[in-house]
Design a protein around this ligand. Structure first.
Ligand code: HEM
Length: 498
């Protein structure tokens, strides 16, 4: 027994050594390739996108950072974790210029901060259709009205982050899957229906996305795992069951109804698109449709809700911007109730609402490190290099933007001209297909919150309004970090609003 254990340990050790040697070889080859680009280089030993590393990166880095001198302060502690951009801010490009490469064993990451190179790419808008956007508009306005009432019934509220997550998930469920849910506040009792289980399973998957990506959904079905982990397997299975049911329901509707073109959900669009194509010529399979539905659920949920949480606090700290916003809302919507707001007539006129989204994303871009753009620079880039626009640099640098959160900068007097480098929804072949969706959702939400209500920070003791506003702005700066995958406010519940 003990000799077979020894053999097993020796084999594992040898495999580990082989793996380390292999990674070292890959790192060296990538370094040689990176040198051909001719820009400054930083080397890190573990890939940014290694799923297992992503599970522990921040904890390991914060421990290594405690070591003295260069042991704790080097490229590993500076670049080898999710969210380094936020902490590094514009420093790396200030030190190394418009382009530098981070070499990893997997790939070379070329960071670009030249605004012209980044934005001069073909814009390709694949947004969901206008019928769907009209649904988003109505659903967002009515659910946000419920959320505003829920908040206003309280003396103060500290559940902005949770509540806006619920809001954006419900809007997404309606638009993508045709499932409507009433708004449920953080401390309200949730019904135990199949629809609630669909929503809960999706939320569980989103909240544990890294772990599920790292180990694969099947891993969590193992009977010997602790209950807490087996729940992830159950959530994946429940979500898949719901998707299957939705898919077959929608497919039946389309088959039975010649007017099914009027169905506005994402599932229906995918099924129709698939039917219109000839088999073998790019028609989507059922599994691909499930995959797309999941990607939309995942990509369309926390992006908007995290931005909305940031915006609530920015607005609470800036009463003058709230007044500026309200002036537009009253001018465009008058005192019409939200069910009379018209997507086609009202949405395009609510430019200040949209300006608040752009200004919030400029400073707090949730998706920081996943974009690919075409090479439009003079650099010779070896195949396989990942080109990363340095969002934080181009969107924050005071040489382009000054230092304030100032939405009015987006209301241009010379309309149609892009004045600033901005990549909130990416550009080019991999731009965000939910861009218009997120605009519509955002504008309806702002309208339902700020035409009839205003928001302030809760004041403590003798604190003046100005002190409280400054405290909120400081909190936004010090409390921003990466959650599961996206940039977010870490503990917004510690800053109640009224
Ligand atoms: C404020 C809100 C949003 C922001 C800032 C945002 C930003 C982005 C960015 C930067 C990308 C490119 C990522 C990459 O290249 O890998 C992206 C991709 C994507 N977004 Fe959004 N997004 C938002 C809302 C939405 C919404 C509401 C939906 C769906 C309803 C959506 C669906 C998607 C999908 C499906 C992709 C993947 C596209 C692909 O892989 O080609 N997004 N988003």
């Amino acid at each position: 027994m003990s000799s077979s254990l020894a053999v097993l340990s020796a084999t594992s050790f040898s495999l580990f050594i082989l793996w380390v040697v292999y990674c070292g070889y890959c790192l060296y080859s990538n370094y040689v390739e990176a040198r051909k680009i001719g820009v400054l280089i930083r080397v890190i030993r573990i890939s940014h996108l290694n799923y297992l590393w992503l599970l522990i990166d921040k904890r390991v880095i914060s421990m290594v950072k405690q070591l003295p001198g260069p042991l704790g302060d080097n490229s590993f502690t500076r670049y080898n974790y999710r969210g380094w951009h936020e902490h590094d801010s514009t420093r790396s490009h200030d030190e190394m210029g418009d382009a530098f490469v981070v070499v990893t064993p997997d790939q070379n990451w070329l960071y670009l901060a030249n605004p012209d190179a980044l934005t001069d790419t073909c814009a390709c808008n694949k947004s969901l259709n206008e019928q769907c956007n009209a649904v988003v508009w109505t659903e967002a306005a009515s659910l946000t009205t419920e959320m505003a009432r829920y908040w206003s019934d309280k003396q103060c509220f500290s559940t902005v982050a949770e509540d806006v997550r619920t809001l954006s998930l419900h809007i997404l469920c309606r638009a993508c899957f045709g499932k409507s849910f009433p708004f449920v506040g953080h401390d309200q009792v949730e019904e135990n229906s199949p629809s609630a289980s669909f929503r809960r399973s999706l939320l569980t998957i989103i909240d544990h996305a890294l772990l599920i990506l790292a180990l694969g959904p099947k891993f969590f079905n193992k009977p010997w795992l602790p209950r807490r982990l087996r729940r992830l397997g159950e959530a994946c299975a429940t979500f898949k069951d719901h998707m299957t049911r939705l898919y077959h329901d929608e497919q039946r509707t389309i088959l039975n109804d010649y007017k099914a073109d009027s169905s506005t959900t994402l599932v229906a669009s995918l099924i129709r698109a698939s039917q219109h194509r000839q088999a073998g010529e790019g028609a989507l399979t059922e599994a691909e449709i499930y995959g797309t539905m999941f990607v939309f659920s995942f990509a369309g949920h926390d992006t908007t809700s995290h931005a909305l949480t940031f915006a609530m606090f920015y607005l609470a700290a800036n009463p003058a911007v709230q007044a500026w916003l309200k002036e537009e809302l009253v001018r465009v919507l008058g005192d019409r109730p939200c069910y009379e707001w018209d997507y086609h007539a009202d949405f395009p006129r609510l430019q200040r609402c949209l300006a608040i989204l752009c200004e919030t994303l400029r400073l707090k871009t949730p998706v920081a490190e996943s974009l690919r753009v075409e090479d439009k620079t003079h650099l010779v880039i070896p195949a396989g290099t990942l080109i990363i626009p340095s969002y934080v640099h181009v969107q924050k640098h005071t040489k382009y933007w000054g230092s304030e959160w100032k939405p009015s900068r987006w209301i241009s007097s010379t309309s149609g001209q892009r004045q600033f480098p901005f990549l909130g929804w990416s550009e080019g072949a991999r731009d965000c297909p939910g861009k218009k969706f997120s605009h519509v959702e955002w504008v309806a939400t702002m309208a339902a919150l700020f035409r009839d209500w205003k928001v302030d920070p809760l004041r403590y003791g003798q604190e003046t309004s100005e002190d409280a506003q400054k405290r909120v702005l400081d909190m936004i700066e010090t409390n921003t970090g990466y959650g599961e995958l996206l940039l977010q406010l870490n503990d917004p519940e510690r800053t109640p609003l009224v």
